[in-house]
Design a protein around this ligand. Structure first.
Ligand SMILES: C[S@@+](CC[C@H](N)C(=O)[O-])C[C@H]1O[C@@H](n2cnc3c(N)ncnc32)[C@H](O)[C@@H]1O
Length: 204
């Protein structure tokens, strides 16, 4: 099964509120993005946004030009249907983040919660970082959240790489300045606690 089929199957066979990564609101991400934006208009891309409600909350602020990218068309459909007419305000991008062609320097803020950790091969991670360097403007912000070093070893039946903030920053390299890292203990809809880390870097 290829990755698109895998994720489409998940989003068509389970309600978006039942998946382990579900958050009613992506509060940690939203707070970081709002703080970075500082009340100014910003172009934000949510990479592997899936059916996350982050896009709803960003649109609510009226400040953000939002793009949502995901490998699963089914995931994007869930978010689009939930948003109704407001979906027209969003750029929806379907594809694999390691392969898709994105516009150059098109985003002020890059956000990824729980996608980078699925890239288990060094070549995939290198392609992802090259994509960030191409698509984020110089001086732009990069927020990446992954399972922490003591987090789960798998998600949705797929193996993941777990990170400390230092290990995650190492993947991105010196072109990125680590501004801050945060921890979160995410509670799944089944009540299981999953430790996450969030890294916020600025691209030099
Ligand atoms: C664990 S979910 C997280 C969804 C969302 N970020 C959230 O926090 O609710 C991982 C998401 O990444 C997407 N995904 C996985 N691999 C991807 C890839 N290579 N390129 C783009 N999206 C990918 C999946 O379809 C899924 O929606």
């Amino acid at each position: 099964m290829n990755m698109r089929t895998h994720w489409d199957h998940i989003y068509t066979s389970r309600a978006s509120r039942e998946v382990s990564w579900y958050q009613p609101h992506a509060a940690r991400s939203l707070a970081l993005i709002q703080r970075i934006a500082g009340g100014q208009p910003c172009r934000v891309i949510d990479v592997g946004g899936g059916a996350s409600t982050l896009v709803d909350d960003l649109l609510e602020q009226g400040l953000f030009d939002v793009s949502v990218l995901d490998i699963s068309v089914a995931a994007l459909s869930v978010a689009r249907e939930r948003l109704g007419a407001r979906a027209n305000q969003v750029q929806w991008l379907a594809g694999d983040i390691t392969q898709l062609e994105l516009p150059a320097q098109a985003y002020d803020i890059w956000h990824d919660r729980a996608v980078f950790h699925f890239l288990t091969k060094p070549a995939q991670r290198a392609a992802y970082v090259a994509q960030v360097r191409h698509a984020v403007r110089p001086g732009g912000h990069v927020i990446v959240a992954t399972f922490a070093a003591d987090g789960p070893t798998q998600c949705s039946g797929l193996p993941v790489v777990r990170y400390t903030p230092e290990k995650l920053h190492d993947e991105f390299g010196d072109a990125f300045e680590l501004i801050e890292s945060l921890e979160e203990r995410h509670q799944t809809p089944n009540g299981v606690v999953q430790p996450f880390i969030y890294c916020h870097c600025v691209m030099r």
